[in-house]
Unconditional design. Sequence first.
Length: 154
Amino acid sequence: METRINVIEKGKGALNAIFALGKYLSKSRIEKSLLDLIVYRVSQINGCAYCLDMHSKDLLAEGESEQRLYVLNAWREAPFYSDRERAALAWSEAVTNCDVPDEIYEHAREQFSEEELIDLTLAVNEINCWNRLNIAFKPEVGTYKVGQYAVQSV
């Protein structure tokens, strides 16, 4: 598949807002490992091959287990996700699908403060934005190196 537009190279000015959001989220009270897991799950839902390649490499380098990544698509049936992770995964799926039922909200509120839930929602929206940019402009999948796009400064 041929790259349509190199968004990182050609969209520097436009991407500053997304980079600022990433910088903000890097200081969130939500643990990085959980944010990274959410980013990977949302990328699965959206079918973004570039982001799946990128985030699987980063997650593995950070110590995430292959088993948890392989089974993430069926997290509801798997025994190795915490209650906090389950609440975040359900929330992330609901926000991505634009349908957040009260029971998912209540479960999330049991695990997250209001500020954390806002940050979680921003993280879901950030990766949805990246997924849509990458799906639209088709960066070359498989070329990402671990840590290549660590939090960008604005």
